[in-house]
Design a protein around this ligand. Structure first.
Ligand SMILES: Cc1cc2nc3c(=O)[nH]c(=O)nc-3n(C[C@H](O)[C@H](O)[C@H](O)COP(=O)(O)O)c2cc1C
Length: 195
């Protein structure tokens, strides 16, 4: 896919068709994370891959979905759930605190784009029960769970919409997502502009 097309269509997906993510795609996802830029090149991120169905179900139980929607619309039901998670961990023995969050963002962007390039959709998850998952994963104190990224083959579409003053995304009659984005006119000012 052409790069700008890949960027425009790499949206958040929250319902999946249950097919497992093939190992070759997982390899791309992890390689994309590995080569991401990192503040001072410290590379404090570690990745925990969850791909067994029973383990994915445990992880799902500690995640929260689509805060703007009622759960029956936004939370994937049984049979629609992600088949793969990558947990992004920060090794605090190597991290510079502020840079680690930026590193994680860059790595997750790379991972989700590499996945989408192979037709695999994703949802970055920041709303999860950190203590419960830290315990479930058996993480030592120096490994802090930063984010999760959920993956699967999407069973819905997602469309960009013009900004109408609200960040709230919504579903249409086909349960496809519509996601408002601010315009460049709203977000960009050229420093050489005189008006
Ligand atoms: C840092 C971050 C945390 C997020 N956490 C969640 C989450 O916990 N649950 C969820 O359903 N979506 C989550 N999202 C997805 C956002 O809601 C989504 O990116 C936003 O609605 C815009 O949609 P888009 O990704 O298709 O542009 C998160 C996204 C980011 C970047």
């Amino acid at each position: 896919m052409e790069l700008m097309e890949l960027l425009r269509t790499r949206r958040t997906y929250r319902r999946f068709d249950g097919r497992p993510v093939p190992d070759e795609v997982l390899s791309d996802i992890l390689e994309a994370a590995r080569v991401a830029s990192s503040g001072a090149n410290r590379q404090p991120l570690r990745y925990l891959v969850v791909r067994r169905p029973e383990q994915a179900a445990q992880v799902f139980a500690h995640t929260r979905w689509a805060a703007y929607l009622p759960p029956e619309q936004g939370t994937p039901a049984e049979g629609e759930r992600p088949t793969l998670y990558v947990a992004v961990l920060v090794d605090e023995t190597t991290a510079k605190q502020a840079a680690a969050a930026v590193d994680a963002g860059l790595a997750m962007s790379n991972m989700t784009l590499a996945a989408w390039n192979r037709g695999v959709g994703s949802c970055i998850i920041g709303a999860f029960d950190r203590p419960a998952l830290t315990e479930y994963f058996g993480l030592p104190d120096h490994l802090v769970l930063q984010n999760l990224v959920a993956f699967g083959y999407p069973s819905h579409k997602s469309f960009l919409e013009e900004w109408n003053g609200s960040p709230v995304y919504f579903l249409d009659e086909n349960r496809d997502y519509h996601v408002p984005k601010r315009s460049l006119a709203d977000t960009v000012r050229f420093f050489d502009q005189t008006d």
